[in-house]
Design a protein around this ligand. Sequence first.
Ligand SMILES: Nc1ncnc2c1ncn2[C@@H]1O[C@H](COP(=O)(O)OP(=O)(O)OP(=O)(O)O)[C@@H](O)[C@H]1O
Ligand SMILES: [Zn+2]
Length: 673
Amino acid sequence: MSSFLRRLLFAVTRPFRAVVAWLRPRPGVAITLTLVALLAGTATLAAVVGGGSTARQPYKASKQDEFTYSDLRTAIKDKTVKEATLKPAELKAEIELKDGAKHAVGYAPTDETLYADLDAAGAEVDIDTSFAKRGFPWSALIFIFGLFAVIGLIIYMQRQQAKAQSGAHDQHTKKAKAQGELPAVRFSDVAGCDEAVHEAAELVEFLKAPEAYRRLGAKMPSGLMLYGPPGTGKTLLAKAVAGEAGAAFFAMSGSDFVEMYVGVGAGRVRDLFAKARAGTPAIIFIDEVDAIGAKRGGGADGGQSNREADQTLNQLLVEMDGFSGNERVLVIAATNRLDTLDPALLRPGRFSRHIHVGAPSEEGRLSILNVHAKGKPLADDVDLPQLAKVTAGSSGAELAEMLNEGAIMAARAERAVITHEDLFEGFLRVVAGPRKASAMLAAGEREAVAYHEAGHVLTAELCPTVDKTLHATINPRGQAAGFAVVGRSDRALHTAQHIHEQLIYILGGRAAEHVIYGTVSSGAANDLEKANQIARAAVEQYGLSAAVGQVVGMRSDHAMATADSEVRRIVEEAYRDSIALVEEHREQLERLSQALLAAGDIDHLEIAAAMEGSTPAARRPNLQPLPDPIPEPVAEEPEPERKPAGKLWVPGPSDVGAAIAAFRAERHKRALG
Ligand SMILES: Nc1ncnc2c1ncn2[C@@H]1O[C@H](COP(=O)(O)OP(=O)(O)OP(=O)(O)O)[C@@H](O)[C@H]1O
Ligand SMILES: [Zn+2]
């Protein structure tokens, strides 16, 4: 069989195979459908045989046959009919006269005596019930058509459902499926992960000039695995590889393969590779590869979806094993969790090259901000290096989103440029969600939240190894009633001193509530949980407890009891110090909470102003001396009429400060009235 024929056959039988594949795991549906089909088929057949439904047209004799109905009646009367065959389906009688002449004649459906009369006239009468020659069996055809329509509809609905589940990826997928795109993305668009870019660049050389490598016997790697936290630019990097190499980009997500019927996922893999091979050089990008490439067998969900994933994974491995090393096709897969992948995927010849795409460093964040700030008019007060500093822990996607949200804020306010305030609001939206205007807290609650957040801010200011608060708010956002954004630095300190201070800060909110009200609200439970986690890690992972010692991972009852009591001791000591710090700086606490109550949120300059009067000498002896807590000299612009009453407003470094102050005063009024 020629390959064309084979392909034709494949294409023609595809819908049937899809139906069968879909029905195979659903025996209930299959049996029901078969029963319905059998019943309906029998009913149709009966209707057709009975001839009940079709309107019958009397038989019309041809021109040559002049024998008419009245001739037949005459022949009956004369008893000259030898044989007669009645065909009620066609309202036709076939007559053989005794003289041997044969005729066909039509009769009326109302003619009920014809049979009896012929019989009485001594003719041999036969009734032919066959319907072969009657009109086309439309009802049967309509029925079959309807059956297919119903099956089609069921399948269509299933697909729609699967599509809805696989969500946003699908549109993207469809585009890529139709034909590989040639991305305009370049390596210069991928910032903050130079090592990953460097490694990927090698493969671009391979794709561009394979001969140079082949001459030396080098084989093109068939797969590249990108791994790292979400939003760090894995998709972007894969696109850039395609863009740099001038390769067609075919993208699919692992979940697209799985939420299909058994066998369809594997078919999609086959299609994808066939398309890519037809248009080399090509990049096949499989996002969320863990959806199909998770360790086989012992899956958590066990059942159907797993079998489907296994088939899809097998097909992927088969396709990759089929690479001869001459195809200029590179498969790039991305995952957040390398450790959950099936080892078969990571073997040489498959995804043997792994590139880590990690969360960006401060320097990396700055270059990502620069990339995405292109084409966005920024106000003079925007300080990208400062933003890179305060966004520690943010991914590239979050930074891009922050700039975008900032631009939206500026556009909404009909500003020509994007201000620092816009960007910071954008940042808060990304990390905590939009401000909840509807979820205003009751006055009492608001005050408690203000003290709580002020406690965090205050203790952070007083602890030298804890990063200082950049922004604190008691305006509910996302899930939180209030929170403090702390300028996390990238360093991970795990000294006893750092952990002690970190705990003082985390428990600072509870400490403030305790000092002011004597009780602690339920909203602070989360802090306690976090403090316990950190203390446990200090004891069990970092070996920071003398009583437990340097043994990691011991499991005796006694050791566990000792560890528990050590965790409790560490947390309690921190809480004690936290309360002491808050009590000693009650004045600053009051000023911070007053500022929060008045303005809703305060930034690092306002915090610095509220902290005035706190001196290193006033701090606990077990804390290191602090540097000056005021990070920047505060400008003294006299603009008293714009200040909201009773609030610590310190104008920012540029003239937007006035506008923000007015905006804040307005909001303040709304919040109170
Ligand atoms: N390193 C980076 N440089 C520039 N932009 C980036 C970077 N990382 C992320 N972005 C921005 O974030 C967007 C989303 O990133 P991308 O989809 O590549 O992340 P991902 O690592 O594939 O995420 P996921 O694991 O969720 O699939 C990109 O289109 C880009 O605008
Ligand atoms: Zn808290």
